[in-house]
Design a protein around this ligand. Sequence first.
Ligand SMILES: Cc1cc2nc3c(=O)[nH]c(=O)nc-3n(C[C@H](O)[C@H](O)[C@H](O)COP(=O)(O)O)c2cc1C
Length: 284
Amino acid sequence: MHVLNASGCLDALTAPDTVAQLDAFVTKTVTPEPREGNAPVRIAETDFGMLNAIGLANPGRERFLTDVLPRLRELGLPIWVSVGGFSGRDYAETCEQLDRDDVAAIELNLSCPNVDEAPEGAAEILAACREVSQKRLYAKLSPHSWELGETVRAVEAAGADGLSLVNTLRGVALDAHLTPTLARGAGGYSGPALKPVALAAVRAARAATRLPIVGMGGVQSGRDALEMIACGATHVALGTVLFSDPFAPQRVRDELVTEAKSVGFESPDDAFCVAFDTVVKMEN
Ligand SMILES: Cc1cc2nc3c(=O)[nH]c(=O)nc-3n(C[C@H](O)[C@H](O)[C@H](O)COP(=O)(O)O)c2cc1C
């Protein structure tokens, strides 16, 4: 079981101590052109989680490849590049360029709630990227779908090597005058309130596939990570918690071992898929 950061929740170049606790670093989503992102206000605190409407602010593919990626490589751990775009072609072109690089995996962000989505479906985008890339391709999906199992089977058939579940849920916060706090109106809702939604998504996806799954959404503690594993996650990623606790990755790892023991498992991996009525034996 690997511990990763969730895309967009950690600036590796300014937080090397946090990066050192991870098994792999996942970049902020990279788009073909540079993006300023949405106008402020882009972040809002709510009672049970955080809303963001950053809008994929990033330096764009060219600067990422020539300037950012070489510096990330110096960190000495596997790099997963999160790729975004506004058409299947956008995604495929970035994947093609990354194919010559030594990145460990590509996470296709097929689910950002803060930008207008590509008109193609997740499976079509996956297929376009598969055609040009030999890298491990992870499909990052939205928790909004009621038919997640179907999407999972479709992206697997299109060549996905793994899944990242979940991205944020769409949410709105209102200020004292009942005006949306975020300039864009709605944003992505993350943090503790997302955990039950994420567990349901991981569990539904696991029922549909044997692919590796990076579980994320409200993971703050070793107990949360253990629940992800019980629902079928093979790896866990930490997002919002990193804004308040830069030592969360090591803490979660330590707690995970203790929590597993406290419910009778020799190792956290032994809890894999135990949250199913009928335990299907799967290779971890
Ligand atoms: C400030 C912020 C920026 C994010 N940026 C991205 C992004 O660029 N690409 C992406 O795939 N997900 C992005 N996410 C979503 C996270 O990667 C993650 O899927 C989500 O926050 C759920 O995990 P959490 O509850 O642990 O934060 C962002 C989340 C936050 C809070």
